[in-house]
Design a protein around this ligand. Structure first.
Ligand SMILES: [Zn+2]
Length: 183
């Protein structure tokens, strides 16, 4: 444990001096750690953040990860990782996944549970792919009404309002083991 090691709740900086960055929160007065790790005070951007110890949380190239979609952009999705090779992780590491080469209207939506494979680490960002049959959406809901959906080939159909939508479904879609991840 070095001097810069922090635990959740530790004060990292004053909000007058620094903004709250990754793995931190601001309590109205101080920026505090929301996780165990090493505190980073970036003097140029004035952002205070906490970096996770590598061992805890960083998936390696080739690892299969399962997590929650936190953002959907035009050519990629960002996923907060909950499982690495089937083992739970609480570290909330995020990866990004390009969706550019997949010709579907919707690959995955925010809050969907997806399985991805880690491709590489570039400039501190973890990149993953969704483009294999076992990879893709494991759990989703109707975009219109939030109802339960059932798969129809590569599409899904809402059991409540009958809305049909597209996703890049995993061959394990509907595996109930992952449903509890949403809570
Ligand atoms: Zn619906």
């Amino acid at each position: 444990m070095s001097e810069s090691t922090v635990i959740p709740g530790d004060k990292i900086a004053s909000i007058e001096e620094y903004e709250s960055g990754h793995n931190t929160f601001d309590d109205g007065d101080m920026v505090r750690a929301s996780t165990v790790g090493e505190k980073i005070l970036d003097k140029s951007t004035r952002v205070a953040s906490v970096k996770h110890p590598r061992l805890l949380s960083i998936p390696r190239v080739g690892d299969i990860v399962t997590g929650t979609v936190v953002a959907v952009m035009s050519s990629m999705i960002a996923v907060s990782i909950d499982y690495i090779n089937g083992k739970p992780t609480t570290s909330k590491v995020e990866c990004v996944c390009s969706t550019r080469n997949i010709r579907r209207k919707n690959i995955a939506l925010a809050n969907d549970i997806v399985t991805l494979k880690i491709l590489n680490h570039l400039n501190g960002t973890i990149h993953a792919t969704i483009d294999e049959s076992q990879l893709g959406v494991l759990f989703t809901k109707c975009r219109k009404c939030g109802g339960k959906v059932v798969p129809m080939r590569d599409a899904i159909k809402c059991t409540e309002c009958a809305w049909i939508d597209e996703r890049k479904l995993s061959s394990n879609f509907g595996n109930g083991d992952f449903v509890h991840l949403r809570d």
